[in-house]
Ligand binder design. Structure first.
Ligand code: ATP
Length: 729
């Protein structure tokens, strides 16, 4: 663990002493900002001294002299808050100073970031600063080996993407030897891009799966659904989350396949068809996923990046592979899962930083008990945010967008255009090329080069088209003469489903008091409007084709609030269903830990069958007993998860007319958990009596991106049932 290094002492014991007055003022300012009266106990004594030393260390080692506001941000982090600091304010350094502050109190810190690139960059960039303070630092990424991970986690401060840290927790929980565990008990989580990690990522549990057989591809179904017509054969619900056959569609499918779709005893065909239809109608290539090297690669919806080693639940993955005529990949068996909440709850101390925290402060409080501290900017922001420009249809919007880009580009001013998905970015790039412009396109397909591309986006004449979050965390410096042209001009080619994403895009311009501007182009036919407020009638355009009626702006804002509400509800729902599961997981883990670290398995089996125990080789029998019980716990837990996932799928039918689905789910999950405990004992004894049995475990592991309710909401499925009952009744 870190100790006060010689450097630290040198600074404090300087002849003549160190003037701490300015630092005491900074500490006072931080206190005032962080909820007066409700302040948690300062997590560290001598905050002013610490600030003095941190400033000195950063200045000498990185050539960055922390601004007062950066130190205030650091203090907010040390108080356990989420610090809101605008883009470009230097969160990386504020975070590193806080991480060092925690480490100097003897605590192990995980700086949780959103991707590999930032984890590595920040750990390396801040390295000399940590070194000066005697704090050790490491990082992990998707490609780190188990050895590298173990080493990184042993450091005082370890940077890593949330998904990798989560998967290491899950993998550690499957270890069968106490010495195999790679992550020591967690102590402090410092979450970078806290809104993205704690809110957006939290809607999707992290799932660890082991490989089983090849998936069942259903090419015929993929062919069949291609011929179906939306609005006639099938409908998509308002929020494009569910798709279902119309009665006419069901009739056509039945006559083509020659089967009874809603036959209770043969649900297989209906399930296959629903999966194929879901893949066909709701998942779009280059929006939800890309095809690269003959494989389907998912795009993380909140970041616009490829999520390596992630897949949909089996049936859906196979259906998308069939849709793209790719050969099927292996099927997985869920070994364990954890939500971001479950992951974060493991840390006794949590804090975070982001440019956009206030908009999610309610959720940060509700789900994590965190408070937001707003840190003022170092230099006031002078960016000019123009009101949205609205058009009746998407083609009108795009035409106006291209005009605007051409006109501004003619002045040499650099332009950064944010699009909502990969397809839109490529589409826009083509339109611009047709007009003789040369945009650089940045999206999930080439995220490896993104940092260098985005870094050049502030140069004269640059036109950069980027999907939503690509390149976040990279500084866009203005090229020579660009400030005189108005600085970077950021254009959104559509408003996002959350105002936070809009703000993050705008934030690319106007860093650290730079000049800059931003504007969003939107249409009354944008998905945001048609999906979330489909029944509202949009206002007409003025004779010049622009929608200026107040109702236009209202509709866009309203649709965005509806979308934010829907996402909050999904988050709450995930949590309602997973809370109990995570509690059960904790209990089973406690048990498992005991088995792993003690002789409890030996004691239990010896007591259960003393004769057999005595007959076994004394040298090996303790370890054999341990492995037998661990295996029983792990297989029973995997089966329990599968049971719960089936239960979750069908709970609305069982709960019909009685309790709420969540209550009914909880009741059954508790009952099943009790049988699980008995089953572990039964199986352990069974293996013990027949020790020749091979304790096989799934090996290759990958991770899932589980969509919340991928096959329909409870209400929707109820409707389908009723529809089918009516048709056949
Ligand atoms: N005290 C400082 N003095 C001078 N430059 C600084 C200081 N602190 C940070 N910077 C510079 O400011 C730039 C932005 O820093 P950083 O990337 O940490 O910002 P950020 O707040 O994380 O922005 P983003 O929201 O894009 O992640 C970097 O180029 C960094 O070198």
């Amino acid at each position: 663990m870190a100790s006060f290094s010689r450097f630290f002492r040198n600074i404090l014991d300087r002849p003549g002493g160190l003037n701490l007055t300015p630092f005491r003022k900074i500490v006072e300012a931080a206190d005032k900002l962080s909820y007066p009266g409700e302040l948690p106990e300062p997590k560290m004594d001598n905050l002013a001294e610490f600030c003095a030393v941190a400033r000195e260390a950063a200045d000498r080692t990185l050539g960055l002299r922390p601004y007062d506001v950066q130190l205030i941000g650091t203090l907010a982090l040390l108080h356990g808050h989420v610090a809101e600091m605008a883009t470009g304010e230097g969160k990386t350094l504020s975070g590193a100073m806080a991480a060092a502050g925690y480490a100097l109190q003897g605590k192990r810190v995980h700086v949780i970031s959103v991707n590999d690139y930032l984890a590595q960059r920040d750990a390396e960039w801040m390295g000399p600063f940590y070194e000066a303070l005697g704090v050790t630092v490491g990082w992990i990424g998707q490609n780190s080996t188990p050895e590298e991970r173990r080493e990184a986690y042993d450091r005082d401060v370890c940077y890593g993407p949330v998904s990798e840290i989560g998967f290491d927790v899950l993998r550690d929980r499957m270890r069968t030897g106490a010495g195999d565990i790679i992550m020591p008990a967690p102590e402090v989580a410092l979450v970078d891009e806290a809104d993205s990690v704690l809110v957006d990522e939290a809607r999707v549990p992290l799932v660890l799966a082991g490989a089983a057989d090849a998936g069942d591809a259903v090419p015929e179904m993929a062919e069949l659904v291609r011929t179906l017509v939306r609005g006639y054969h099938y409908e998509i619900d308002e929020q494009a989350r569910n798709v279902f056959l119309t009665p006419k569609g069901a009739d056509s499918v039945e006559s083509i396949l020659g089967v009874e779709l809603y036959d209770e005893n043969e649900p297989g065909t209906l399930i296959e068809l629903n999966l194929a239809l879901h893949a066909h109608a709701l998942l779009t290539r280059d929006v939800d996923y890309i095809v690269r090297d003959g494989k389907v690669q998912l795009i993380n919806p909140s970041r616009g990046r490829v999520a390596l080693l992630q897949r949909w639940p089996d049936g859906l993955q196979a259906a998308v592979e069939a849709k793209e005529a790719l050969s099927p990949t292996e099927k997985g068996e869920i070994l364990d899962q954890i939500t971001v909440q479950g992951l974060i709850k493991r840390y006794p101390q949590v804090c975070g930083m982001t440019g956009t925290a206030v908009a999610v402060s309610e959720q940060l409080g509700e789900f994590y008990g965190l408070k937001v501290a707003v840190i003022p900017p170092n230099t006031p922001c002078v960016r000019v945010d123009e009101p949205d420009r609205l058009y009746p249809t998407e083609p009108d919007r795009d035409a106006a967008l291209v005009e605007e880009i051409q006109a501004v580009h003619a002045t040499g001013r650099p332009i950064l255009i944010g699009t909502l998905d990969v397809a839109a970015s490529e589409n826009l790039a083509k339109l611009l090329q047709r007009r003789g412009m040369e945009p650089v396109v940045l999206n999930a397909k080439n995220d490896a080069e993104e940092a260098s591309i985005i870094a050049r986006a502030g140069e004269r004449d640059a036109i950069t088209v980027s999907t939503q979050m690509a390149g976040r965390g990279t500084d866009i410096r203005l090229g020579e003469g660009v400030a005189e042209l108005g600085g970077l001009y950021v254009i959104g080619s559509g408003r996002h489903v959350s105002s936070r994403l809009d703000d993050q895009l705008r934030g690319r311009a106007g860093r650290q008091g730079d000049p800059g501007g931003s504007v969003f182009f939107a249409s009354m036919r944008d998905d945001l409007v048609t999906q979330y407020v489909p029944d509202e009638r949009p206002p007409a355009a003025d004779p010049d084709g622009v929608v200026r009626h107040r109702r236009g702006a209202y509709l866009i804002g309203h649709a965005q609030r509806v979308a934010e509400g829907v996402n909050l509800e999904i988050h709450r729902n995930t949590w309602r269903y997973t809370r109990l599961l995570e509690r059960q997981r904790e209990l089973i883990l406690e048990w498992r830990d005991k088995v792993l670290h003690s002789e409890s398995a030996a004691g239990a089996l010896a007591a259960a069958d003393p004769e057999r125990w005595d007959a076994l080789d004394e040298e090996t029998r303790d370890e054999t007993a341990r492995q037998i019980v661990l295996h029983a716990i792990d297989t029973c837990w995997t089966e329990h998860l599968a049971f719960l996932s089936d239960l979750r799928e069908g709970i609305h039918l069982r709960a019909l007319g009685r309790m709420s689905p969540v209550d009914e789910f909880q009741r059954e999950a508790v009952a099943e958990y009790k049988t699980l405990l008995a089953e572990v004992e039964r199986r352990s004894l069974e293996s013990f009596e027949a020790p020749a049995r091979d304790l096989k475990r799934p090996t290759a592991t990958w991770t899932y991106m589980v969509q919340e309710n991928p096959f329909g909401t409870e209400l929707d499925r109820l409707l389908k049932r009723v529809t089918s009952a009516l048709r056949h009744g």
